[in-house]
Design a protein around this ligand. Structure first.
Ligand SMILES: [Zn+2]
Length: 398
């Protein structure tokens, strides 16, 4: 499918070092971005769908790097179906599993956790709820797993390993497994902060500095934060990516963002939600944390957007998260909400408002155009200007 977005007011790239892209149009073909620039240069007659952005702002689809995936579009924790599709209406186009720890009766033996990760990975190979790309299958590290076990699951497509819920006496017990995972090119994720599951111990900065994972999961606390002195230590004494989550401690989210900005290492800040959890299902969680950072710190809104898009893509090695030629065609149109005091999405974020989502394209396919089911309406009028596809792209909403 060939899709053009025209009449874009501003293109925010998702790369905090180069946050603005010149132009008013984005052309996609076969799931990839093939051109960004002046829409006058596009051959619109060859497009299957042309979306008139009406001056709204284009950003990359948001990447939530901490989602409690199970199987299907269902969360047992909140007994709810359709939450991933609902997140697409919050501008989220990619969900990365925080391990399938919420599967009822989940196994805890080596063979069981391997089978669970492989099954989850395979179940989302082609299944895209509401258009969402789901990277599922994070191996839950448990005692007894061998290097050969990691080689085997890697061969079967699993590339994420998760430490924090295993039956180790102390967090230091994960060190050997994480070392093997890194040797095999896998991405390691370590729970940080107080325990979220009764009986599991807290994981603090001294543990992380010993384990050296790729990502500190919810460094701000999931939901309870580690001791204060640990934040500066992690920033200064490691290169671990520091993920901040909506369902955590807001004060330490802002602390982490400021520390990384001041250290000149903003690329290490990752925004995620850590949902569904006891905190609920949060379709607008990514947008809330972006607006919190953009309004309660001096960090530019475009950088906060990058922490939710390009930064996540770089750490996880994804081809989405940046608006550029050759990248995945995961694109979101955002705007100031109708009736607010600001005139565009970036000003609204700086004001602390959640932006309105006006259209979501994932894998080069428009998933809805006009109005999100979950945000207020846009100020401007995003619409389908022309379409050769027999489909109603307008989302149903009350
Ligand atoms: Zn979590």
């Amino acid at each position: 499918m060939k899709v053009a977005l025209v009449n874009i007011g501003r293109i925010v790239s998702g790369d905090f070092r180069h946050p603005d892209r010149a132009g008013d149009g984005i052309l996609t073909d076969g799931g990839k971005i093939v051109a960004i620039g002046s829409a006058d240069d596009f051959d619109l007659s060859s497009c299957d769908v042309v979306i008139d952005a009406d001056g709204t702002t284009a950003i990359p689809g948001l990447i939530d790097s901490h989602v409690h995936i199970t199987f299907g579009d269902y969360t047992p924790r909140q007994k709810t179906v359709g939450y991933l599709e609902s997140y697409v209406h919050g501008g989220v186009t990619t969900a990365i599993s925080a391990s399938e720890v919420h599967v009822p009766g989940r196994p805890r033996d080596p063979e069981g956790v391997m089978a669970l990760a492989v099954a989850a990975r395979r179940c989302f190979d082609t299944y895209r709820p509401g258009g969402m790309r789901v990277h599922a299958g994070a191996l839950i590290l448990e005692p007894g797993l061998t290097r050969e076990n990691l080689v085997e699951v890697k061969r079967l497509g699993v590339w994420l390993v998760k430490a924090g819920f295993g039956a180790f006496a102390t967090p230091y017990g994960y060190a050997e497994l994480i070392g093997w995972a890194h040797e095999l090119g896998m991405t390691s994720l370590v729970h940080t902060g107080g325990s979220s599951i009764p009986g599991s111990s807290g994981i603090w900065a001294e543990h992380l500095l010993h384990l050296r994972p790729k990502v500190s999961f919810h460094v701000n606390g999931g939901p309870v934060a580690m001791p204060e002195e640990g934040f500066a230590r992690l920033v200064d004494e490691s290169d671990i990516a520091l993920q901040v989550c909506t369902a955590g401690n807001l004060r330490t989210t802002l602390l982490t963002a400021n520390l990384l900005r001041d250290a000149g290492q903003f690329e290490r800040l990752l925004i995620a939600t850590d949902t569904p959890t006891g905190s609920g299902i949060m379709p607008l969680g990514m947008l809330y944390t972006i607006s919190h950072i953009a309004s309660l710190t001096e960090i530019p809104p475009e950088w906060a957007i990058a922490a939710a898009t390009g930064n996540n893509a770089a750490v996880y090695g994804l081809n989405s998260g940046i608006l550029d030629v050759g990248r995945d065609a995961d694109i979101v149109l955002v705007d100031a909400c109708a009736g607010g005091s600001k005139n565009d999405a970036i000003s609204a974020l700086r004001n602390g408002d959640v932006p309105a989502v006006g259209a979501v394209v994932t894998d080069g396919i428009p998933r809805f155009v006009g109005r999100s089911r979950n945000t207020p309406a846009t100020t401007r009028h995003v619409r389908v200007a022309s379409s050769k596809v027999v489909q109603q792209f307008t989302a149903e909403h009350g």
